[in-house]
Design a binder for this molecule. Structure first.
Ligand SMILES: Cc1cc2nc3c(=O)[nH]c(=O)nc-3n(C[C@H](O)[C@H](O)[C@H](O)COP(=O)(O)OP(=O)(O)OC[C@H]3O[C@@H](n4cnc5c(N)ncnc54)[C@H](O)[C@@H]3O)c2cc1C
Ligand code: SF4
Length: 336
């Protein structure tokens, strides 16, 4: 398939990359592994006039920081992070979420920054223009939304499906962003707008430079699950990332972070389930109720062929199991 014409630059530093983006404005895109961007360019979801490749910049390996956090270079290939013993030992949930992304080949090419900054997906949007029914949808400047015809012109229900973002939010990670004015850090959750039209809060000349993950709290346990119909090489139907903290008796939950992914335009924090768990016993009945309440409260979108009822029931069943795994770890067990 022949792509449209575009300019290509390969800077040697991130600062040079920012300067190039600054000059080009909205017409430029960063190219990291290209595993999300290039398919999107092929179907003309995005048609940049300039590609700024990050391929000439060597990522730093994962590094431990003095306060016990770990710092991950956003340009790191996912396969390198997956193999990192630092990542595996400090945050097994993060390692599991990275392993959940696509195939080995995707993870060898794909980067952490690219994974977080991936485009939202919808069955209509992800068709080649020639195969689309008639006209571009709202997201591409058209005047319709085929899967959701009742949507207003400023509403897009494309689903954000990064496998890693929910795990990072559950782990209270921060994102380091580089722009022409310097570096600043935001909570991982603040990277996402919850708006399908423009799911990321990044400006056109801002680069995700690193991800900093703080140490796991004492007596905490994690659980992660990605639901797909066929397992590997498949975007998620739903993702659950959970961190539960226990008090000294290891039977009572003191804090819960429950993040659901691939159900709406951005990762969603399930406050209803967090409130149901925090302060209560880490037992099966409390967990089952929290999972049931969360599955309804999130109001998942039907997407990629999955109905709302199927999504709700999938979330209920797997969130219950995921919370169970986290509770077992928080209680001192090794998990399933
Ligand atoms: C067959 C296939 C299966 C896939 N399966 C999954 C899956 O199961 N789960 C999943 O999460 N993803 C999946 N993906 C999507 C994608 O491959 C991964 O998310 C990958 O990590 C994207 O990284 P990349 O470096 O290739 O990004 P690119 O394609 O290079 O970039 C993606 C977007 O991020 C921007 N970008 C890249 N780096 C930065 C940065 N540092 N700062 C700011 N913006 C940046 C780019 O401009 C672009 O808009 C799949 C892709 C394919 C082709
Ligand atoms: S949900 Fe969004 S991306 Fe999909 S057709 Fe509607 S406007 Fe377009």
């Amino acid at each position: 398939m022949i792509l449209f014409d575009f300019e290509y630059e390969r800077p040697n530093t991130l600062e040079e990359a920012v300067a190039l983006l600054d000059r080009a404005g909205d017409d430029a895109r960063l190219l990291a592994g290209g595993t999300d961007l290039l398919p999107n360019m092929r179907v003309e979801i995005t048609t940049p006039g300039l590609l700024v490749s990050l391929g000439g910049i060597e990522p730093k390996p994962p590094e431990p920081l003095a306060d016990g956090s770990i710092r991950l270079d956003a340009l790191s290939h996912l396969a390198d992070l997956e193999r990192s013993s630092l990542v595996q030992d400090a945050h097994p949930m993060l390692a599991e979420s990275i392993r959940a992304v696509g195939s080995n080949q995707t993870r060898e090419m794909g980067t952490l920054g690219g994974n977080l900054c991936q485009e939202a997906r919808c069955l209509y949007l992800n068709q080649k223009h020639d195969y689309q029914f008639a006209a571009p949808c709202y997201k591409r400047g058209g005047d319709c939304c085929y899967p959701f015809p009742n949507n207003a012109s400023d509403i897009c229900w494309a689903v954000y499906a990064s496998d890693i973002a929910p795990a990072l939010i559950a782990l209270r990670a921060e994102i380091e962003i580089l722009s022409s004015t310097g570096v600043h850090r935001i909570d991982a959750s603040a990277l996402f707008t919850g708006d399908g039209m423009r799911p990321l809060s990044l400006g056109p000349a801002e680069i995700v430079r690193a991800v900093v993950v703080p140490p796991a709290p004492p007596r905490s346990g994690w659980g992660y699950h990605k639901s797909t119909v066929r397992g590997g090489l498949e975007y998620a139907m739903a993702i659950m990332a959970v961190v539960l903290e226990a008090d000294k008796d290891r039977k009572t939950c003191t804090d819960a972070r429950i993040i659901l992914g691939a159900v709406r335009q951005g990762p969603v924090r399930s406050q209803v389930a967090e409130e149901a768990l925090a302060g209560g016993p880490l037992d099966a009945a409390t967990i089952a109720k929290a999972a049931k309440d969360a599955s309804r409260a999130v109001r998942p979108f039907p997407h990629h062929g999955y109905s709302v009822m199927h999504m709700i029931e999938t979330i209920r069943v797997y969130l219950q199991r995921t919370l169970g795994a986290a509770a077992e770890r928080a209680s001192g067990g090794s998990g399933p």
